[in-house]
Design a protein around this ligand. Structure first.
Ligand code: HEC
Ligand code: HEC
Length: 485
């Protein structure tokens, strides 16, 4: 408390100056009564605005006038209104001010002789807070208390081996303001032509940001997507950055426009006027103009800004808190062979640890070779992975989203053909089909698809291990929940 320290110094100064100094004579009964005067001016340090209030912070004057200061008074004057607050110490809160009016605030000190001179004046303009009512009426976001999207605390094993996988472009680093806008856009049904579908309709947080339905219903309520909705956790760590099962969007940013323009999903196709028509619609709301102004420094709504904000929100969806993560954090050693990815984890069951070993080890080591494509610790797909042979003769190259949260996000594969993880493991065990796009990691030396031919116990173990990648923390994190009231 700086005030207390100054107070002690003031008393000490008085003890020297006003107490003993006056004597000097023979000393018998010749008492000199020091004359008490009003204190000096306090030093005003800051005045901060609140809702119709001002908080005045100050230091006591060095000169007390020879007697203890009994009180301080802060006075704020603005537009014909004068309000005061008194008390024994700093700070003082002056209330009943008018929002939006500039007040000049001063502070005085009082002792038994009276009130001393005023401090310098500092100006303040009280406000109801910086969140505009257009925003606070429908959203829970608070411009004065932003949630943290920009500085993630990552586990130690998200080190220099993981950073190069980050697909964040130099021009779109996450900021809390823009990611907050991205959250609003992601949850806003107004992004569909008839106000029925948001991104979150198909990417549901409790489901690892996917849809339990094999195909998702679009804005019409009658037409469905032809692919299964994808998880979004760790989307940031897919190095090529290309999005969708068939990688047709070049980046997370470019991806954002596609569901908006899609004639099944959100409906802003050419007939509906495209994204320009959506922007006209958003411009007609006051909250988006205020949100874009806050996030980008001007209220102009553009497709690029929509893409940037939503991409930031998605890239903030990290998943680093599964049971596997907790266990691995305990054994991780950057200098150990394979960074101890092969070490049994104490918090996993024997079956889960067996599945973990099969997942991590290559086929040469008696494993199933999964980690060669679904790479820990992000479990995003390796950049150079080709297809996994779902259909004979396949020529298209598919990707997989990160396997984090895979246990809560069935059905599986681009067309949701497998209802359970057990079916997925059975497929890798004996169902891989030959085709031009089949990845070499899933081929025998003669080019034919591999057959793992695992025991039933080992197949069940792999499925059990996959469920240790579930991350309920991402699926309940308030930062990624709906901001709508
Ligand atoms: C009607 C359902 C639906 C809506 C609405 C929807 N999506 Fe999707 N999303 C999907 C489906 C289905 C896929 C996979 C499509 C494909 O690959 O062809 C997908 C894929 C994605 C991917 C690719 C993930 C990856 O790892 O490649 C991202 C990112 C994404 N959506 C974000 C969004 C955003 C942002 C919005 C809102 C602007 C949105 N989605 C709206 C169903 C939907
Ligand atoms: C050659 C690389 C490669 C290997 C090796 C591989 N996968 Fe995959 N995996 C993929 C690709 C590509 C997809 C997406 C396929 C699609 O949907 O078209 C995928 C999809 C999946 C999915 C479904 C993801 C979802 O969101 O629906 C699971 C689960 C999975 N793999 C588990 C495994 C397991 C377990 C192993 C080891 C037995 C394994 N994978 C080996 C490439 C690979």
């Amino acid at each position: 408390m700086r005030f207390s320290a100054a107070w002690v110094i003031a008393l000490a100064a008085c003890a020297a100056a006003c107490g003993g100094g006056g004597g000097g004579g023979g000393g018998t009964g010749a008492t000199t009564v020091a004359q008490v005067t009003v204190p000096g001016a306090p030093t005003i340090q800051s005045v901060t605005a609140g809702n119709a209030t001002a908080t005045v912070t100050f230091l006591a004057p060095a000169a007390t006038g020879g007697a203890a200061i009994t009180s301080f008074t802060a006075t704020c004057v603005g537009s014909g209104v004068t309000r005061t607050a008194s008390g024994a110490a700093s700070p003082l809160q002056v209330v009943n001010l008018t929002n939006g009016v500039s007040f000049a605030c001063t502070v005085t000190a009082t002792n038994s002789a009276g009130t001393g001179p005023s401090s310098q004046a500092l100006n303040v303009t009280p406000t109801a807070g910086s969140t505009p009512t257009s925003v606070s009426d429908i959203l829970t976001v608070n411009f004065d208390a932003l949630l943290n999207y920009s500085s993630a605390s990552l586990p130690a094993y998200y080190d220099a081996t993981v950073t190069p996988l980050d697909n964040t472009p130099p021009g779109n680093q996450i900021s809390d303001r823009q990611a907050m806008l991205g959250r609003v856009l992601f949850y806003d049904r107004r992004l569909s032509v008839n106000d029925t579908i948001a991104c979150s309709s198909c990417h549901q947080q409790a489901r690892g940001f996917t849809d339990p339905a094999r195909f998702s219903v679009g804005f019409s309520g009658a037409a469905f997507t032809t692919a299964h909705a994808m998880r979004l956790g760790n989307v940031r760590y897919y190095r090529p950055g290309s999005m969708f099962w068939d990688r047709r969007a070049a980046s997370v940013e470019a991806q954002v426009s596609q569901p908006i323009q899609n004639p099944v999903e959100m409906g802003w196709d050419t007939n509906a006027g495209g994204i320009a028509a959506l922007i006209t619609k958003l411009n007609a709301t006051t909250y988006y103009r205020d949100l874009f102004n806050f996030a980008f420094g001007s209220p102009v709504i553009t497709e690029v800004r929509i893409q940037q904000a939503v991409a930031q929100f998605e890239r903030a969806m990290l998943t680093t808190a599964s049971r596997w993560d907790t266990g691995y954090a305990g054994v991780f050693d950057p200098n150990a062979p394979n960074r101890n990815l092969g070490t049994p984890l104490p918090n996993l069951t024997a079956q889960e640890n067996r599945g973990r070993q099969l997942f991590m080890d290559g086929r040469q080591q008696g494993g199933a070779g999964c980690a060669a494509c679904h790479v820990p610790p992000t479990f995003s797909l390796a950049a150079n992975s080709d297809s996994n042979g779902l259909d004979a003769g396949e020529t298209r190259i598919f990707k997989s989203p990160s396997l984090k949260n895979v246990g809560v996000t069935g059905p599986y594969m681009h067309d949701g053909r497998f209802a359970t993880l057990e079916e997925v493991v059975d497929f890798y065990d004996h169902g891989i089909q030959a085709g031009p796009a089949l990845d070499n990691r899933l081929r025998q030396p003669n080019g034919a698809p591999i057959q793992l031919n695992l025991s039933a116990a080992d197949r069940a173990a792999i499925a059990a291990f996959l469920r240790t990648l579930d991350d309920t923390s991402l699926n309940t994190d308030a930062r990624f929940s709906s901001p709508f009231r």
